[in-house]
Design a protein around this ligand. Structure first.
Ligand SMILES: Cc1ncc(COP(=O)(O)O)c(C=O)c1O
Length: 354
């Protein structure tokens, strides 16, 4: 929705022809730029773009090719073309959601907050008694190789560890070997969302009692996200039986009270302790800003001065309406904007260029 999709690149040696190209709508914006070794290239954001015939008049010598770098996935020891990458049909991740995952932001090809992600991965694995598939040093090597092979500067790395494949049985298999999958892709949040903020809806929290484990059991999250999309909202804030917001379908939820206190739910078993959340809490402490970790209700959130969400793919993003009710004046609040800047700087300090 708000995230720019993967980019497709097409290059052509016939500069004159490309200058005259008019791309059909609604395939996305057209950008021309110089590449070393490739005189000109056309980049179409967010779509599979069928080349219109006028680009390649048969009478002219023109070399065209797509996707100079095709997607590569890592699957259990092998780097495979994305299309051919697969796990066994009796993988327990597929049959029982018996698997955990991490999504790590990449900036300038570097993983952001890598140690926190690995610590959470180990916590999730330990909670489910799944063995680590390899040492952290080896994991980091594979991560870098996946990033390199996919040529990703800004984007995300997805990593999943399942208990492995075994004949279907509920109890843990005796000798299953954990399976490890990694993919990476370009992705960046649209600047418009940061400037304008987003709307959320509230939905009942239908999930199990161990939301602190980052398991791939994401059906309630997917249903909530679909409800948000159908309502024209960006995210769904899930609400427990007491009327308190737990967290978003794929983000943590925050408010700023009329007194200027930043409030977010404590990271117990009721929510996922977001890596972005942890990073931001550190920044709040450093800046001497008041943080209170306590539950807050939907009613309180709607009356808050500001609201925002945090996640690996969104960093700090203003929430400007809840169920259609404007938060504050309906625009990103000043503290939220400041926290966004602080977090951006925190990312940049880790080596990423923004
Ligand atoms: C349910 C849930 N809460 C919170 C988050 C935010 O976590 P992080 O900041 O580590 O991306 C996510 C991220 O996917 C999530 O799925």
């Amino acid at each position: 929705m708000g995230v720019e999709g993967s980019e497709q690149e097409v290059s052509c040696r016939a500069v004159v022809q490309l200058r005259n190209v008019v791309l059909p709508r609604p395939h996305g914006e057209l950008r021309l730029w110089m590449l070393i070794g490739l005189p000109w290239a056309v980049k179409v954001a967010g779509s599979s773009f069928p080349l219109p015939p006028p680009i390649v008049p048969a009478s002219r010598p023109c070399v065209l090719f797509r996707s100079p770098m095709s997607r590569i996935a890592y699957v259990n020891g092998r780097y495979l073309p994305h299309k051919r990458a697969c796990v066994h049909i009796e993988d327990r991740g597929f049959q029982f959601a018996d698997a955990v995952y991490e999504v790590i932001a990449l900036r300038a090809g570097r993983p952001i907050d890598e140690e926190r992600h690995l610590a959470r991965l180990h916590r999730s694995l330990a909670a489910l008694e799944i063995a680590a598939p390899m040492s952290d040093a080896a994991l980091k090597t594979v991560m870098r190789e996946v990033i390199r092979r996919n040529g990703i500067a800004d984007g995300i790395l997805y990593l999943e560890v399942s208990r492995g494949s075994a004949p279907r049985d509920f109890a843990f298999p005796k000798r299953a070997k954990p399976s490890l999958v990694m993919t990476a892709r370009r992705q960046r949040l649209a600047a418009r969302l940061v400037e304008e903020g987003v709307g959320v809806i509230t939905v009942p929290d239908l999930r199990w009692a161990r939301r602190d484990i980052k398991s791939v059991s994401l059906l309630p999250n997917a249903l909530a996200k679909q409800q948000a999309k159908a309502a024209g909202a960006y995210e769904a804030w899930q609400v427990d039986r007491d009327g308190n917001v737990t967290e978003g379908a794929s983000s943590n939820a925050w408010i700023v009270t009329p007194d200027g206190e930043v409030v977010t739910r404590p990271a117990d078993t009721g929510i996922l302790n977001g890596v972005t959340r942890q990073g931001l809490i550190g920044l709040l402490g450093r800046e001497g800003l008041r943080l209170i970790e306590r539950p807050f209700s939907v009613t309180e959130a709607k009356a808050a001065r500001e609201a925002f969400l945090t996640s690996t793919t969104n960093f700090v993003l203003a929430v400007v309406s809840i169920d259609g009710t404007p938060v504050g004046n309906g625009h990103p609040g000043s503290l939220t904007r400041r926290l966004r800047q602080l977090y951006d700087a925190y990312v940049a300090a880790q080596g990423g260029v923004r």
